[in-house]
Design a protein around this ligand. Structure first.
Ligand SMILES: CC(C)(COP(=O)(O)OP(=O)(O)OC[C@H]1O[C@@H](n2cnc3c(N)ncnc32)[C@H](O)[C@@H]1OP(=O)(O)O)[C@@H](O)C(=O)NCCC(=O)NCCS
Length: 262
């Protein structure tokens, strides 16, 4: 009998490209990226409507996987096109502008008893990565996500986006467990709420609100007025949390899915 290896299999982000060639020139391209949750996302870059079908059929023949694509909620012609190609709307994400001024959000700085906050760069990295895996399992659309250690480090501490003042981890001091995290990525034109998540035993005690309050304060002090955020339309807790602090809906993103032919 073969012994089973201990540990977890992780998949690194993979990308693939297909080009449509006409008269020796590349006239259109399809790109696919496989995320650590094993979902393949496709995009097609072309001005030529007729290029979609042959490129997509090459992607599908090669990958033989369910295929996803994202589309702006107001892109009616895009939706018609991807539907003709066999895709259907699988999820809707509401886009928000979330204010950061405590006078608007009502967020304070009171933490639930026994909880302390650490900046992500002071947190033990393996535990931070495991917390990220666990929280993503509860976020619609990222179930099954398992981070590779090196890729997680590279992404988390990417100096273009990482801000130690706005990526915070909540730690249960007595139990020495990680209870939740908030991360706001620093973007040149707009800051973006990447994730707010609280582990199940710590929910409904005001921890998410406390984490958001702590991450938003330095942004407010720097003169930032709002951060961009998304929430799955079916994620009742997250929609209530964001709209409860004054988040305004700014649009919608559709996630389309085409199931693999079996
Ligand atoms: C969403 C989440 C972060 C909330 O964390 P939390 O610490 O329980 O939230 P808080 O205790 O600070 O609650 C703040 C408000 O959010 C709303 N809320 C939180 N959980 C809720 C739920 N299960 N149902 C409805 N509203 C909820 C309420 O308005 C609540 O205020 P209230 O307790 O005064 O009614 C948590 O449920 C979670 O981690 N979910 C999985 C990850 C996720 O989906 N993250 C969001 C991705 S954008």
């Amino acid at each position: 009998m073969t012994a089973l290896a201990a540990g977890t299999v992780v998949r690194l982000m993979r990308t693939a490209t297909w080009n449509l060639i006409d008269d020796g020139e590349c006239t259109a391209s399809a790109y696919a990226v496989c995320r650590p949750d094993r979902r393949w996302f496709v995009s097609i870059d072309t001005w030529d409507e007729a290029a979609y079908a042959p490129l997509l059929s090459a992607v599908s023949d090669d990958l033989r996987q369910d295929l996803y694509t994202n589309l702006s909620g107001d892109d009616g012609p895009g939706l018609d096109r991807w539907r003709r190609l066999g895709f259907a709307v699988a999820r809707r994400e509401i886009l928000y502008a979330v204010p950061v001024d405590p006078a608007i959000t009502g967020l304070g700085d009171v933490l639930p008893p026994g909880i302390v906050l650490l900046s992500a760069d002071a947190a033990e990295e393996n535990r931070l990565r495991e917390l990220d895996n666990a929280l993503r399992a509860d976020v619609p659309g990222t179930e099954g996500w398992v981070n590779d250690p090196a890729e997680f480090r590279e992404h988390t501490f990417d100096e273009r986006y990482f801000d130690p003042a706005t990526y915070l981890v909540a730690v249960d001091d007595a139990r020495e467990t990680f209870a939740g995290l908030v991360r706001v990525w620093n973007h040149p034109r707009h800051a973006r709420l990447g994730l707010i998540g609280v582990a199940p035993p710590y929910r409904r005690r005001g921890l998410a609100r406390a984490l958001l309050g702590a991450a938003f304060l330095p942004l407010h002090e720097r003169g930032v007025t709002s951060v961009a955020a998304e929430a799955d339309a079916t994620n009742v807790a997250s929609v209530a949390l964001l709209e409860g602090i004054g988040a305004q809906r700014t649009g919608e993103t559709l996630e389309l899915l085409r199931r693999r032919e079996r």
